[in-house]
Design a binder for this molecule. Structure first.
Ligand code: PLP
Length: 381
C-alpha cells in the first residue's frame, strides 16, 4: 500500500467499504492526479488518434481554447518566471482570495488546484464508495466515472432528458444512498444547459448525505448563472472551476474547488503540495481582466452560430449548444467520420457509447471552422 494515505485515512476508506486491494488504486489516483493517462480530456481525445499531429492540423477534439491565455495573463506569467526558484505560496492565496471575492464566498471556501481534474478525482474519492454511488448523466464527462470505477466505487449513469438537459428527477431517484451527484453545466459533450430551477431542485431534494458536484468548466461560455451562491448559503454543493476552457490555460493548469470548509477538508488530505506559480499568476491576472469573459463568450458564440447556420443550410444535423463544443450527427457510426476527417487533417471527436452516431466537435477559431466545413463537405461528398 502506498504510504500516501495515513493510518486514519486508510481506516476511513476501509470503513466506507473499499477493499484493501482498491486502496492501492486510490493512492494511484491521488498521486497521479490529472496526469494519469486515462484521466485527462486531452488523453481521452488522443484515444482516437495515431501518432503526432501534422503542423497544419486543425485540432478541435479536446475542448481546448486556441486563443490561449489573455495577454495580461501571459505577461504575468513571463514576469514571474524568473522568480520560479521560489514556491511563492502567496500567489496561490491571493488568487484564491480574488476568486472568493468575485464569487461571494469566504476565502476559506476556495481551494485552488492545478486544473479541475484533481478536485474532481478527490470529490469521487471523498464522497463515493462501493455502496455510495456516483450518479452522473449519460452522455457526460467521463473522468469522474473512470476514477470511481478504477477504485471500485459504484457508478450510475442516467440518460439525459429529451431536451438534453440533466434529467434531475431521474438522477435524484437513481440511488437513495448516492454519495455524489455529478452535474456538468453546460454539459460535456453536448454543450446543453440544465435549468437553474432544476439544479435548485436537486439541491433541495437529493438524498440525505449526498453531495452535488457542480462542474462549471464551461459555464462562462453560456449566459447561465453560477452555482457558487449555493456554497455561500452553506448547501452540500461542491463547485468546480477550471482555467482550461474560456481562459485558455489548459496546459498552464489552474482551477479551484469552491465549497464549505468541512467539505473541502474531506478533499484536502493526501497533500497537494505547492501549485505551479505560472498557473496561479495567470489565473489571477485572468480574473482581474474586466471584459475577458464577455469578450470571449461573444466570439465563441459568433463562431458557433455561424457554423450552426452553415450546418443547417447544408442539411447536417447537430445538437444546439451553449458552449465551446457540440454534437454533430454523423448519420453513421461516428468513429468513421472521425477517421475520415483525420485523413483531411481535421481532428474531431470523441464518440460516446450513449450516442454512437454523434461526434463531439470543439468550436475553434473562425479559420479552423472554415477548414472544418471544407473537410466535412469533402468526406460527405
Ligand atoms: N470537467 C470537465 C467537464 C471537463 O471537460 C474537463 C476537461 O476537459 C475537466 C473537468 C478537467 O479539465 P482540467 O483538469 O483541465 O481543468
Amino acid at each position: 500500500m502506498n504510504n500516501i494515505l495515513s493510518t486514519s485515512e486508510t481506516k476511513d476508506f476501509l470503513r466506507r467499504g473499499f477493499t484493501r486491494r482498491s486502496l492501492g488504486k486510490l493512492a494511484t489516483v491521488i498521486t497521479a492526479g490529472a496526469t494519469l493517462p486515462f484521466y485527462s480530456e486531452h488523453a481521452m481525445a488522443q484515444l482516437s488518434m495515431i501518432g503526432p499531429l501534422p503542423a497544419d492540423a486543425v485540432k478541435i477534439n479536446a475542448n481546448e481554447n486556441p486563443m490561449g491565455p489573455c495577454p495580461e495573463a501571459a505577461e504575468a506569467i513571463y514576469s514571474v518566471v524568473k522568480s520560479g526558484g521560489r514556491y511563492m505560496y502567496e500567489e496561490t492565496f491571493t488568487f484564491a482570495k480574488t476568486l472568493a471575492e468575485q464569487e461571494g464566498v469566504k476565502p476559506d471556501h476556495v481551494l485552488p488546484f492545478a486544473g479541475s481534474s484533481d478536485p474532481l478525482h478527490r470529490a469521487v474519492l471523498a464522497f463515493t464508495s462501493p455502496t455510495k454511488s456516483l450518479v452522473m448523466a449519460d452522455p457526460g464527462y467521463e473522468a469522474g466515472a473512470r476514477a470511481a470505477e478504477f477504485v471500485g466505487s459504484k457508478v450510475i449513469r442516467v440518460p439525459l432528458a429529451k431536451d438534453f438537459s440533466h434529467d434531475v428527477k431521474a438522477m435524484v431517484a437513481a440511488d437513495a444512498n448516492a454519495g455524489l451527484i455529478y452535474l456538468c453545466n453546460p454539459n460535456n459533450p453536448t454543450g446543453t444547459l440544465t435549468k437553474r430551477a432544476d439544479i435548485e431542485w436537486v439541491v433541495a431534494n437529493k438524498p440525505a448525505g449526498s453531495i452535488l458536484l457542480l462542474d462549471e468548466a464551461y459555464l462562462h461560455f453560456s449566459e447561465d448563472a453560477a452555482g457558487t451562491d449555493f456554497v455561500a448559503k452553506g448547501k452540500d454543493v461542491v463547485v468546480l472551476r477550471t482555467f482550461s476552457k474560456l481562459y485558455g490555460m489548459a496546459g498552464l493548469r489552474a482551477g479551484a474547488s469552491i465549497a464549505r470548509p468541512d467539505l473541502l477538508a474531506k478533499m484536502r488530505p493526501y497533500g497537494a503540495g505547492a501549485l505551479p506559480l505560472t498557473g496561479m499568476v495567470g489565473a489571477h491576472a485572468s480574473l482581474k481582466h474586466k471584459t475577458l469573459i464577455a469578450d470571449r463568450r461573444k466570439l465563441n458564440k459568433q463562431i458557433r452560430e455561424d457554423l450552426f447556420s452553415w450546418l443547417s443550410k447544408k442539411n447536417f444535423s447537430f445538437m444546439p449548444s451553449e458552449s465551446n463544443c457540440f454534437m454533430l450527427d454523423a448519420k453513421r457510426p461516428a468513429g468513421e467520420l472521425v477517421r475520415l476527417m483525420a485523413a483531411e487533417k481535421v481532428f474531431i471527436g470523441r464518440v460516446w457509447p450513449a450516442m454512437p452516431n454523434h461526434s463531439r466537435i470543439t468550436v475553434g477559431t473562425a479559420d479552423e471552422m472554415e477548414k472544418f466545413k471544407k473537410a466535412l463537405l469533402k468526406v460527405n461528398a
